[in-house]
Design a binder for this molecule. Structure first.
Ligand code: ADP
Ligand code: MG
Length: 567
């Protein structure tokens, strides 16, 4: 008896499902892309419970012929190619013919569709069961409903994230997709509420502006040989803490392409400080024969055969557009004032922030009153240390017995605060009330993150409340933020939480908080502050490495230094 069997389709579909569909977001992506391939210019996406309970995509595309319905949920069944040559020449969102087969094998699946001039039908598949087809009523297009995803596969079900996390991922995709497809109206409803909506007549720039809540954007188009770019990008003063608003699309498809993201960042080199990122929606049109869209089952990445040409085309187009904007506007229209604007903004913000020190002034370690200091005497000594001074506004130099000691001021302060917060809890963070509350605009994603971590952020010394949908009203801040750009620091904290894997992990919160509230490199310190820092450092449990593991202290022996002078 032969031992090798062909797997029944039911099983092979489930295996394929593992590759095509990992999370509700993948289902949304596949369904939306099918709608685009069907010529739809109006797509409605509805989800319940982050897509875990229900995902429904309704479109006004051409629909499926009644006789094709049964095949639509079969593996390797597609209307998009018939000959192998087609694989290299057509321009669709993909034609692996796997998505519906995969999705219907791991969900309670239903698809209703009608083609003009034909009757409407629906096909139902219950977790990979035999498809059942029956007449239906639907005025136009196609509606696909996916319920209880992965309920039949505990191993996968277990890996679904929280509803909010899945929702976030879906929202991100829908936004990116919407920016890149300006001729399509898109509505997104989550748990019965309209979350996001764009209309056919809204341009790429309108859409991007809506998503970012930024107006300072440029738009340009360019063409070279068979490549086309249309792009909406932020002026250099539009800066983010994350790269996730660098959206790359190829022929309308949202793709993950790290090297193109990097190319965009490079185009802003010297315009945007390190650690911050530009925003851009780059939509490329590339000849289909230069592209393989089917390399990845989930089709999130594509292979560009002439990637280098495409890279330099994007770089040149973007740098030219940015330069042109600058030249034009320094001439007549004075809207583009990169450096001055930034400065003005900072200045305004600082001017606005007045502290009500009498009311609510607790002290932070660096601003403790002199009496409480253990550093005594009129000399520069802290215990056995003699504090010499500060190098490059970053490194404190001390002398002890036979050694010169170099201390990184930021890392040292981070260690001190880390231990302090760990010992006394974050409630110890000194906070003060702002006389005038500060309004900070934040992205949808950041708002979600803030809400998820509200207790921890409050413990960090911030008091805030929601003020409208995307604005946070900050009423108190940690004292350590005096003279800093509060809105930046606040954003930065939201950003830290974004990368936080295990939520509500206090240790992590402590590390983050210590890092965020510590004095920075480049800040000039008074001699008094240096002495305080050195004293606190050597009173800490582990003065030698920071919570992230970086060294705090570098030592050089007197002999070593003298040897440099042949002494
Ligand atoms: P693929 O998109 O790779 O061809 P799918 O499994 O995603 O494979 O879909 C199978 C087929 O079902 C498609 O080729 C298309 O003919 C049809 N189809 C799926 N969704 C739609 C839709 N929204 N409108 C019209 N036809 C659709
Ligand atoms: Mg498809």
């Amino acid at each position: 008896m032969p031992e090798i069997k062909l797997l029944p389709q039911e099983i092979s579909n489930k295996i394929a499902a593992g590759e095509v569909v990992e999370r509700p977001f993948n289902v949304v992506k596949e369904l939306v892309e099918n709608s685009v391939d069907a010529g739809a210019d109006n797509i409605l996406i509805e989800i319940v419970d982050g897509g875990r309970a229900l995902i429904r995509v309704t479109d006004n595309g051409r629909g499926i012929l009644p006789d094709d319905l049964e095949n639509s949920v079969k593996r390797f069944a597609t209307s998009k190619i018939s000959e192998i040559d087609d694989v290299y020449s057509i321009n669709t969102f993909g034609f692996r013919g796997e998505a519906l087969a995969a999705i219907s094998s791991v969900s309670d699946f239903s698809l209703k569709s009608v083609r003009e001039g034909f009757d409407a039908f629906e096909i139902n598949v219950n977790f990979g069961s035999e498809p059942v087809i029956k007449p239906s009523s639907i005025p136009f297009g196609t509606v696909v409903t996916v319920k209880n995803l992965f309920e039949n596969i505990p191993a996968r079900y277990k890996f679904l994230k929280s509803s909010t996390a899945e929702y976030k991922e879906i929202l991100k995709f829908i936004k990116q997709f919407s920016v890149l497809n300006e001729k399509i109206s898109v509505s997104f409803i989550s748990d019965g509420k309209t979350v996001f909506e764009v209309f056919k007549y809204e341009s790429v720039k309108d859409r991007f502006a809506k998503i970012l809540k930024e107006k300072e954007l440029i738009y340009f188009e360019n063409e070279y040989e068979a490549m086309k770019i249309n792009c909406c990008a932020g002026l250099p003063n539009v800066q983010r803490f994350r790269k996730d608003m660098i959206i790359i699309g190829i022929n309308g498809r949202v793709v993950k392409d790290n090297s193109l993201v990097f190319t965009v960042i490079q185009a802003y080199h010297r315009l945007i400080p390190e650690g911050k990122f530009p925003v851009a929606a780059v939509n490329l049109t590339i000849a289909p024969d230069n592209l393989d869209v089917n390399i990845h089952p989930a089709k999130t990445s594509v292979k560009i055969y002439n990637a280098r040409d495409v890279g330099s085309f994007v770089y040149d187009s973007l740098t030219n557009a940015l330069n042109e904007k600058k030249l034009n506007e320094t001439g007549k229209d004075k809207n583009f004032k990169t450096e001055t604007r930034d400065y003005e903004n900072n200045f305004k913000q600082k001017a606005q922030v007045t502290y009500d020190i009498t009311e609510n002034f607790e002290t932070s370690s660096l601003f403790e009153p002199l009496e409480s200091l253990e550093v005594t005497g009129d000399n520069d000594a802290v215990g056995d240390f003699k504090v010499i001074g500060q190098l490059f506004d970053t490194v404190i130099v001390c002398e002890i017995e036979n050694e010169a000691i170099f201390i990184d001021q930021h890392i040292a302060h981070e260690r001190i605060l880390f231990e302090k917060y760990k010992k006394y809890g974050l409630t110890d963070v000194a906070s003060m009330v702002l006389v005038e509350p500060l309004l900070v605009d934040m992205s949808d994603e950041d708002i979600i993150i803030l809400n998820e971590n509200i207790d921890i952020v409050k413990k960090f010394g911030f008091e805030f409340e929601m003020f409208g949908k995307n604005t946070v009203k900050i009423t108190s801040v940690p004292t350590s933020l005096i003279n800093k750009n509060i809105s930046d620091e606040f954003q930065m904290i939201a950003n830290e939480f974004y990368s936080l894997k295990t939520q509500k992990n206090m240790d992590y919160a402590v590390v983050t908080m210590a890092c965020k509230t510590a004095i920075k490199a480049g800040e000039q310190l008074t001699h008094f502050e240096m002495k305080k820092l050195v004293s606190d450092l050597f009173n800490s449990e582990n003065p030698y490495t920071c919570p992230h593991g970086r060294p705090i202290i570098y030592k050089m022996k007197k002999e070593e230094l003298f040897a440099k002078f042949y002494r």
